[in-house]
Design a protein around this ligand. Structure first.
Ligand code: HEC
Length: 228
């Protein structure tokens, strides 16, 4: 059997709706809470897009990595109206997607107009603000941070500690990110980053408490010098 359009549409609805259903909040909280998963994912995506655009335009990246980042930004922009639609089920007060502005933002991105891209993303950030409650302030309790270190070693280090830089979109070192990026950006990257390759298919498998301690871990952990 091959998937019919109806099957595909059903699957798509599940993917978009799945995040909300899997959110660790009660059903009542889900309807009104500004922290429900789809809303948080949208807002985090925007924070990351802004930070990525800043990296892209500071010109310090290799050409292939620039291309990879541009592709990632394009992908996120392409589904922005859908992300907003899903988020508004969590936060009805958030405005519907402004299609004109999103279209001109897409165009600015395609044409490499840095100031327009950055100001467009700043506008999105203000319109759909990221709430890091539950992640920040980072959990600094030694037990939690030790556990975060174990999570990192067991599940993340394999790809992230010595990334393959020959691909357009490397799994950048999270420990280095922790030393360079503001906490809010690390939090946002964790919210959307831990999900495999696909934009929407997989929910973040980490609990808020684990991400919170990971933030402190990445900010403070010193990488071992590599002399095996
Ligand atoms: C199978 C390899 C793999 C594993 C395992 C993995 N990641 Fe990733 N991760 C990636 C790749 C590849 C990217 C870059 C994706 C992209 O640019 O689209 C990424 C991106 C990220 C990002 C976003 C970074 C950014 O530049 O925005 C975060 C945060 C992240 N991963 C956290 C984690 C954490 C935490 C774990 C462990 C719980 C983990 N990852 C496990 C491969 C992996």
């Amino acid at each position: 059997m091959y998937p019919s359009t109806r099957h595909l549409r059903f699957l798509f609805t599940c993917l978009i709706g799945g995040a909300a259903m899997a959110a660790p909040y009660g059903v009542s909280g889900l309807l009104a809470s500004p922290r429900a998963e789809d809303a948080r994912r949208l807002a985090a995506e925007i924070v990351v897009m802004k930070a990525d655009a800043e990296h892209l335009y500071n010109g310090k990246m290799s050409k292939p990595h620039q291309a990879g980042l541009r592709a990632r930004l394009r992908g996120a922009m392409a589904i922005m109206p859908l992300l907003i639609r899903a988020a508004r089920r969590d936060v009805p007060a958030w405005p519907a997607p402004d299609r004109d502005r999103i279209a001109s933002l897409k165009q600015a991105l395609a044409q490499g107009k840095a100031p327009e891209v950055l100001s467009g993303l700043a506008w999105l950030m203000k319109t759909y603000p990221f709430d890091a409650t539950g992640l920040l302030p980072a959990d600094q309790r030694p037990g939690a941070v030790k556990q975060a270190g174990n999570i990192h070693e067991n599940y993340c280090a394999g790809c992230h500690d010595e990334p393959d830089l020959d691909v357009p979109r490397p799994a950048w070192s999270l420990i280095e990110l922790g030393k360079k990026a503001p906490e809010v950006e690390i939090a946002a990257r964790l919210v959307i980053g831990v999900r495999g390759e696909n934009m929407t298919a997989m929910d973040n498998p980490l609990k808020d408490s684990e991400m919170s301690a990971l933030i402190h871990y990445y900010r403070t952990h010193q990488p071992e010098t590599d002399d095996e």
